[in-house]
Ligand binder design. Structure first.
Ligand SMILES: Cc1ncc(COP(=O)(O)O)c(C=O)c1O
Length: 450
């Protein structure tokens, strides 16, 4: 790996120079944007790419982006899942345009509310829903409900988790002690007082924590996707369901990324029924929207809590959540874009891509692997898929990652800047896959020859 790192470093330097040559307009925009935006970008993480300056986007349609320098890209990042069903899907764009002249937000349900409830229920299989504007908010609201209905304070999460910027979940484990994540800015509370973090795929550690009887809920993605991809061992999530039932805790599954598994997400595909299911990012086709679903029984418990509470600010919900525009976009996305046919296409292409990437890696005897969750794939720098965050972190290699990303970006192929993640959308074609394969093949040669 050491030799590969030096080779990747040389390639990275060459590709940074190439980016600057190819992107004079992006460089000029970056200079101007410095005047009024921190780090020169509307959101500081827009700078977290391996490019010397951000790539400024002129337009996006399907899986193609055009940058300020009029270069075309095939997008496998897809807004880190926000655009998983393609950029500006026609049905969503039409629904937004139709709604745009008839009100955007009113603090009242639009006439599309019943059909949107039907669509959410049909898609994910849970009967009751509430909306939020981001998945972060949906997680935060669910934690509040979970604590309210169980009358317990604590939360159990897994090492390496990410559920958006929910402070309660921004923890690390050091010598089995849960501490604030050192990267978390401006948090003055000791999050370890109410959050416990244990290793993923470790049911014994989960049971030990739950047996104390003070945990309101276990919050997890069915597959960890934010520390590299970590698949659950057979029976792990089912085990969580059984243990949370046994110790009267709740199981919250965050399907914001695992919606890639199949239509309806991981839980539906594996017939696990959580107490709460959280989903965000692509459900409104790229417009900010999120939702959380729950059972009849949970709805009764939540309503009982709310009815008993004094009137006033509950802290569950924000003004623009569930607005008229959002309902139109969610309805169009779930009923017209994220269809069975769309998923069949996505899964078949993802399987083909995984196979082709694996073959290229094997041919060169590189100790890497491809981990796949439906329409989501990840290249990992380890011979077999990791089983927890410690193994996943060990497989990360920033230099190799940056070199691969930038090499591909300079040839019109975008991967997600975090890890080596690739998403297949309903708009991805065989030609798009061929473009990635061709340049990935050449990239491996370039690294090995650099
Ligand atoms: C699993 C998961 N949940 C929630 C979120 C938060 O989404 P948002 O940033 O849209 O609030 C993310 C973001 O990456 C995520 O990966």
């Amino acid at each position: 790996m050491h030799a590969l790192n030096s080779q990747a470093k040389r390639l990275l330097v060459a590709e940074q120079a190439r980016f600057s040559r190819l992107h004079p307009q992006s460089l000029a925009l970056a200079k101007r944007t410095q005047s009024h935006f921190l780090y020169g970008v509307p959101m500081h993480w827009m700078n977290d790419w391996s490019t010397p300056a951000p790539l400024f986007i002129k337009s996006a349609q399907g899986v193609h982006l055009t940058c300020a320098d009029d270069i075309d890209y095939t997008d496998f990042c897809l807004g880190d899942t926000g655009a998983m069903f393609g950029h500006s899907p026609v049905a969503v764009a039409q629904a937004i345009a139709k709604q745009a002249n008839h009100g955007l937000t009113a603090m009242l349900p639009s006439t599309l509310a019943p059909a949107t409830g039907d669509a959410l229920s049909d898609f994910f299989g849970l009967p009751f829903w509430q909306l939020a504007t981001t998945a972060t908010d949906a997680n935060r609201f669910v934690l509040r409900w979970a604590r309210a209905v169980t009358k317990r304070n604590k939360l159990l999460v897994f090492d390496g988790c990410y559920h958006g910027t929910v402070d309660d979940t921004m923890v690390d484990v050091v010598n089995t002690k849960t501490i604030n994540r050192p990267s978390l800015l401006g948090q003055v509370y000791d999050l370890g007082l109410h959050t416990i973090s244990v290793p993923f795929n470790d049911l014994a550690a989960v049971e030990q924590a739950l047996s104390k009887g003070d945990i309101a809920c276990v919050l997890t993605e069915p597959v960890l996707t934010n520390c590299g991809m970590v698949l659950p061992k057979t029976g792990f999530i089912e085990g969580l369901r059984a243990l949370t039932n046994q110790y009267n805790s709740l199981l919250v599954l965050d399907e914001t990324h695992t919606i890639s598994t199949d239509r309806g997400g991981w839980a539906k595909a594996h017939q696990v029924v959580p107490d709460f299911l959280v989903v965000g990012k692509p459900i409104a086709g790229g417009l900010p929207a999120a939702a959380y679903g729950f059972s009849h029984d949970m709805a009764k418990r939540m309503q009982a809590e709310k009815d008993q509470a004094p009137a006033g600010h509950s802290g569950i919900g924000t003004t623009l959540s569930g607005n008229m525009m959002t309902l139109a976009a969610i309805h169009a996305t779930l009923t017209e874009v994220a269809t069975e046919v769309a998923y069949q296409h996505m899964l078949a292409l993802a399987e083909t891509l995984a196979l082709q990437l694996s073959t290229m890696i094997k041919t060169r005897k590189l100790p890497w692997n491809i981990t796949r969750l439906g329409a989501r794939l990840e290249l990992q720098f380890c011979a077999t898929s990791p089983t927890n965050a410690v193994e996943a972190r060990r497989a990360q290699n920033d230099i190799l990652e940056s070199a691969i990303h930038l090499y591909l970006l300079n040839r019109g192929v975008l991967l997600t800047p975090f890890h080596n993640m690739m998403l297949i959308s309903p708009a991805t074609s065989q030609d798009d896959i061929a473009r990635l394969i061709k340049h990935f093949d050449a990239c491996l040669d370039a690294i090995l020859a650099a």
